[in-house]
Design a binder for this molecule. Structure first.
Ligand code: ZN
Length: 249
């Protein structure tokens, strides 16, 4: 019963969203910021479906570019193979190219990019060139203890990177993917000291990015220590609030 009520709430939210949409046909570009394990990918996917926005995840971009064997993809591959971060002069053109494509005409949900202040500044300049601008930057705030717990229990399947969790989403058969039967593994940087280091780097970089968007009055913060449905509802509230202000302005 509870889930039914929630579903109805969502429909109402979506309904009003579409009203604003019709009134104002401007595209909507949203950025989701959140540490690894915050559920950013899941939420970005849902937002993209609800609002007909294109979901642009930086991880997927690289994956796609590798498969297409594009020039940028081949360049990026070298860094990924070495376990290094792909430099900005490859990442930024990849993201911008996707924003320029017809599929992004209604707007985009950016997930995993920008992750540094320099990237955020370049993104702004590039969007301006395209006569668009970032509407909202939403930070999914999750406590460090919660992240450690979530990441430490995370497993991926070898065939398709389907995600499992020992506590939140255990596989039906131990160590095997429900969907394709391949073996599950844990990412080395999801556990122990490597993960702790990854989080420290993440929080250091993100503080600057958050300050940047806060100064522009574009930052919204959503408590990510809740269920997927609750987080989604709060995200929609923030977006609807923004859109109703825009419509009045
Ligand atoms: Zn799988």
């Amino acid at each position: 019963m509870a889930s039914l009520v929630l579903l109805m709430c969502h429909n109402k939210v979506v309904g009003s969203t579409h009203l604003f949409w019709k009134r104002k046909r401007k595209e909507m570009d949203i950025l989701l910021i959140g540490p690894p394990g915050a559920g950013k990918g899941t939420q970005a996917e849902k937002l993209s479906q609800l609002l007909s926005l294109r979901h642009i995840a930086s991880g997927d971009l690289f994956h796609k570019a590798f498969e297409e064997q594009s020039e940028l993809g081949l360049k990026a591959r070298r860094y990924v193979d070495l376990g290094e971060l792909v430099p900005d002069d490859i990442t930024i053109p990849m993201v911008i190219r996707h924003i320029e494509e017809p599929e992004s005409i209604q707007g985009v949900v950016l997930d995993g990019f920008p992750r540094t202040l320099a990237q955020a500044q370049t993104l702004d300049a590039e969007l301006q060139r395209l006569d668009r601008q970032l509407d909202l930057a939403i930070y999914l705030k999750v406590s460090r203890e919660e992240l450690l717990q979530r990441l430490a229990g995370r497993f991926f399947c070898q065939a398709n990177q389907h995600v499992y969790h020992t506590k939140f989403r255990p596989p039906k058969v131990a160590d095997r993917c429900d969907l394709d039967g391949s073996k599950l593994y844990q990412r080395p940087d999801d556990a122990g000291e490597a993960m702790r280091r990854r989080l420290v780097i993440y929080f250091n970089q993100t503080t600057q990015v958050l300050d940047y968007y806060r100064e522009q009055h574009k930052l919204r913060v959503v408590d990510g220590n809740q269920s997927i449905d609750q987080v989604q509802e709060m995200l929609m509230n923030e977006i609807n609030d923004y859109m109703s202000r825009e419509a009045k302005a």
